[in-house]
Ligand binder design. Structure first.
Ligand code: BDR
Ligand code: CA
Length: 322
């Protein structure tokens, strides 16, 4: 069983990550923490509670940071709407939030489990994770791994250079990438392969029932938004890719790189700069021998789409028949 804390900003693809984590028997979802990103902290927290209420997902939900560490707040209403989860109709939440702040929930949960057994899965801006490192640096040696949705090797989706989760809090992302733990970067290069193509939508339709309708409503909304804003042919199911990799690491290939985040660039703030062990020969960053390279980030490269699609369908079938 993979014990995970899903740190998210639901968010359409975040909601599918929640369903995949709750619906797969090899994932032990220890809790959901929320962070301002796609929408305000109020909206994304309400959405997390509503998704859990609607589909009987009984895990603690803890509310987290209301904004980034340093810069101005960026929201993604163009893609996720004013509520953060426009499109599907969800019930009001019928249970209470955990009474801890997300940062304390993360620290407590990591420390309450055996060393190297809990994986953090940040799929919104990395603010909560960076704050947890600052508050309790000892968690870095305690967690098993960190699998983040964020970054890009090529194009961005909020600026030409930057992916949204990293752009929304670049300082936090730099802290998380360079903390010294085992980290996997699931960026746009990978998640733009994770498309809800018609074939997947047909398989989800065949599952039937309210969960399948919910997922199809998500893709109907976000498909139009993504096509308008980003010209992607089908909705990218970004955040679920991180959960999929914890269920089956062969769902994508990885290569080792030293990943840094551009903090100061005029046009490139929030850009991820990856120095690949296999490809670059750059022995140090920044042209100075004092900045030694540390090829510790596993950068996701090639998705096995049929495997990914199969995991989504399987989780929805299990949740529907539970
Ligand atoms: C990321 O940004 C959000 O809009 C999505 O939920 C995903 O986590 C993709 O850039
Ligand atoms: Ca997200």
């Amino acid at each position: 069983m993979e014990k995970i804390i899903l740190d998210c900003d639901p968010g359409h693809d975040d909601a599918i990550a929640i369903l995949l984590a709750a619906g797969n028997p090899s994932v032990d979802l220890l809790g959901i923490t929320t962070v301002a990103g796609n929408q305000t902290i109020e909206n994304v927290t309400r959405n997390a509670l509503s998704v859990c209420t609607a589909y009987g997902i009984q895990v603690p939900v803890a509310r987290g940071a209301a904004g980034p560490l340093v810069g101005p707040q960026a929201l993604a209403a163009e893609i996720h709407g004013e509520s953060g989860l426009d499109g599907p109709v969800l019930p009001s939440a019928s249970f209470e939030l955990d009474d801890r702040h997300a940062v304390d929930f993360i620290i407590d949960t990591v420390m309450a489990h055996e060393p190297h057994t809990v994986t953090l899965v940040p799929v919104g801006p990395f603010t909560n994770i960076a704050l947890a490192i600052r508050k309790a640096p000892y968690i870095v040696d305690r967690v098993k791994s960190v699998v983040v949705m964020g970054g890009s090797l090529t194009r961005g989706n909020i600026t030409p250079a930057a992916e949204f989760n990293v752009y929304a809090d670049p300082e936090a992302a730099e802290i998380v990438f360079r903390a010294g733990w085992d980290v996997t970067m699931v960026g746009l290069d990978l998640t733009h392969q994770a498309l809800a193509r018609p074939e997947l939508q047909d398989r989800v339709r065949a599952v039937g029932g309210p969960i399948s309708e919910f997922v199809l409503d998500i893709w109907a909304w976000v498909g139009t938004a993504m096509d308008d804003v980003l010209q992607i042919e089908a909705p990218a199911v970004h955040d679920a890719c991180c959960v999929a990799a914890l269920i089956d690491p062969s769902v994508f290939t990885v290569a080792k790189a030293d990943v840094r985040v551009e903090i100061t660039g005029r046009w490139t703030r929030g850009m991820t700069v990856a120095n690949f062990e296999s490809a670059s020969g750059m022995k140090h960053f920044g042209g100075t021998a004092t900045e030694q390279v540390d090829y510790r980030t596993n950068v996701a490269l090639e998705l096995d789409w049929p495997k990914f699609a199969g995991l989504i369908v399987d989780a929805l079938e299990r949740l529907t028949s539970a």
